[in-house]
Design a protein around this ligand. Structure first.
Ligand code: GRF
Length: 194
């Protein structure tokens, strides 16, 4: 079985979507570890509830970004992960990390990249007045929110939307395309019924 390492910093709803897809037999994979850079990240509880091992690595315990990233790589290797899934992991990854898993790191982002990379993508979309935004899953390279695009889903911006309502509409699509994109990378196919 192919195994995933999921990196989170917060809520972990995308982690939950991955765990649910596995439980429902839509994604033939296992999560071997959930790593967080934030103690008490709510997503850690979701992992525990699914019986997945969790680990917390705090960056303040490491003298540099590179040493932190080396430690992360070490933990992911110890759990023998095939793919690394960033799921709301709010840290820039150094080349040390990206080069350790070439073509095997995925990220989900709440916009149609390359539009609105970086923080607050939904707010950026509202500020620009776009009528359509969306969600993207891509392979990670050494640039922020950049790399080959695996799947995208468009989401309309509706009259009266605020950051919260738009984020919620985009998140629904993130939860669909993230497990599908993982299946694509692991097995060269998305869900048959989608
Ligand atoms: C999502 O909107 C994701 O696109 C972005 O961070 C958020 C994480 O949400 N990278 P969650 O922790 O998966 O609920």
């Amino acid at each position: 079985m192919k195994t995933l390492g999921v990196l989170i910093s917060g809520r972990g709803s995308n982690l939950q979507a991955i765990l649910d897809a596995i439980r429902e037999g839509k994604l033939d994979a296992g999560v071997s570890v959930v790593l967080s850079n934030v103690e008490g990240a709510p997503g850690l509880e979701r992992a525990r509830a699914a019986g997945v091992p969790t680990e917390v690595l705090l960056h303040k315990d490491f003298p540099s970004r590179e040493l932190y990233d080396e430690a992360l790589v070490g933990r992911l290797r110890a759990h023998e992960v095939h793919l690394v899934c960033l799921a709301g992991f709010m840290r820039l990854l150094s080349p040390v990390f990206v080069r350790a898993f070439p073509g095997r790191i995925l990220n989900v982002h709440p916009s149609l990249l390359p539009a609105f990379a970086g923080l607050h993508a939904q707010r950026q979309a509202l500020e620009h007045g776009v009528k359509v935004t969306g969600a993207t899953v891509h392979l990670v390279d050494e640039e922020l929110d950049h790399g080959p695009i695996l799947l995208q889903r468009a989401v309309p911006v509706l009259e009266g939307d605020d950051e919260e309502s738009l984020s919620a509409r985009i998140l629904e699509q993130e939860h669909k395309i993230y497990p599908e994109a993982i299946a694509l990378v692991l097995h060269g196919q998305a869900f048959p019924e989608s």
